[in-house]
Design a protein around this ligand. Structure first.
Ligand SMILES: [Zn+2]
Ligand SMILES: [Zn+2]
Length: 177
């Protein structure tokens, strides 16, 4: 009985230690020249379908993870960052060598925050994103701009679909079977 009890408390201790450690997430651009670290809990995890994100990325949508401005820090390659303002309130930074997104900086309701593509975060040897549970999207935004040929496949994922910014009208999912 006694060893069993000890094992449980040890496991619990490891689990809580792991949770604290997982509040740091590292990532980089495609070529690795620009590297960043994110600390603390993401403030949003969203798939954006807006016309700007899709044009700039070339993807059908982009999954972003957002942090308080000071919690996403460039730790390497800041001299290789190039910025491009897509709106008055949003500047997107990419790597001058590989041209992939590194982070975006936005001003919303007088608050600065930074977000980066989910795909920029560190992956294991199999290509799976580390700590995905804490980074994976929980909603879609600008879903009204999703092209019809793609929108059907998202409607069964169970995630909230805001027509534009988070908090806007919600576009219904298909009922789950
Ligand atoms: Zn790069
Ligand atoms: Zn967007």
């Amino acid at each position: 009985m006694k060893p069993e009890k000890r094992k449980t408390s040890f496991n619990e201790k490891m689990k809580s230690k792991e949770n604290v450690e997982q509040l740091k997430f590292e990532g980089s651009c495609y070529c690795g020249l620009c590297q960043f670290i994110c600390e603390g809990k993401p403030i949003f995890r969203v798939i954006c379908h807006c016309s700007i994100c899709t044009r700039i990325s070339g993807g059908i949508a982009v999954a972003f993870v957002g942090f308080e401005n000071d919690n996403l820090k460039i730790i390497k390659g800041s001299e290789h960052l190039r910025g491009f303002k897509t709106t008055e309130r949003m500047e997107r930074f990419h790597c001058e060598k590989c041209s992939s997104n590194v982070y975006n900086q936005s001003l919303l309701a007088d608050r600065l925050f930074r977000d980066t593509s989910l795909m920029n975060f560190q992956k294991d040897d199999q290509g799976n994103i580390l700590h995905l549970d804490q980074l994976k999207p929980d909603s879609h935004m600008f879903f009204s701009q999703c092209q019809e040929c793609y929108s059907e496949m998202f409607k069964t994922d169970g995630l909230i679909k805001f027509s534009s910014m988070p908090g806007s009208t919600i576009i219904p999912n298909h009922p789950s079977k």
